[in-house]
Design a protein. Structure first.
Length: 239
């Protein structure tokens, strides 16, 4: 499935499937079942339209068990507009003449992603967003729970107001390494430049990067999902 397709290149299918199978085994799946899933997943890439895609099923079940930090770049924006930040707090403006806002496509995308996550039964214990209007709106339209703003994943273009780029990147990495509340996942809605500098990837608008804290102050990239992949998983794996 393309949901893991980008991760084939970055992590390797065997590494990814082994990790997910081990995660399921640790959360109640029998060792034999986990090994069988590992063998199926490691056999090779599976088709993006396969309803019985085992890698997708394993990933969703692992997300249902919780323990992931799911980092979204805000949904699609109107790139004909530009941010104008002169003073602290300007980034909270929802005025499109002053700050780049979500496009209509982005608003629909954010709602569709939230619908898919709820349909899949993936528990979300906390929703965090950068205080930019476009990130807060993305998080609210997902409708996965109350939205809390945090400058830990602040756009690097406003870094001068928060101790500089290195300070923001340090706090972002700490957030991604934090363990979510037991049995749940944390959704973070931030910016592409933060992900590009603090993690191994540069996500597209509305793309999710799935991170698993390693328990040693770090985190591991497990996979990436765009809106079409979220919707496909919901179609395939929702009764």
């Amino acid at each position: 499935m393309h949901l893991i397709g980008n991760s084939y290149q970055k992590l390797g299918l065997q590494r990814l499937s082994a990790y997910l199978a081990a995660d399921l085994a640790a959360n109640g799946m029998t060792r034999l079942a986990a090994v069988l899933l590992l063998a199926i997943c490691a056999a090779g890439p599976v088709g993006s339209d396969s309803i019985s895609d085992p890698a997708g099923e394993v990933l969703v079940q692992s997300l249902r068990n919780g323990g992931y930090n799911i980092y979204f770049r805000h949904a699609q924006t109107d790139w004909s507009k530009h941010d104008q930040i002169d003073n602290a707090g300007d980034w909270t403006s929802c005025d499109p003449s002053r700050m780049r806002q979500l496009a209509d496509e982005g608003r629909g995308t954010a709602s569709a992603i939230g619908d898919a996550i709820r349909a899949l039964g993936i528990p979300v214990g906390l929703v965090l967003a950068s205080p930019y209007c476009r990130t807060v709106e993305t998080a609210r339209l997902m409708d996965l729970g109350p939205v809390e703003t945090t400058t830990d994943i602040m756009n690097l273009r406003a870094a001068a107001f928060f101790g500089g780029r290195s300070a923001i990147l340090r706090r972002a990495r700490i957030r991604l390494a934090d363990s979510p509340p037991a049995g749940t996942n944390v959704v973070l809605v931030g910016h592409g430049n933060v992900a590009r500098e603090a993690t191994p990837i540069y996500p597209d608008e509305a793309e999710a990067a799935l991170f698993r804290p390693d328990g040693n102050g770090g985190f591991e990239l497990i996979g990436r999902l765009d809106v079409h992949q979220w919707m496909l998983l919901a179609e395939q794996l929702t009764p």
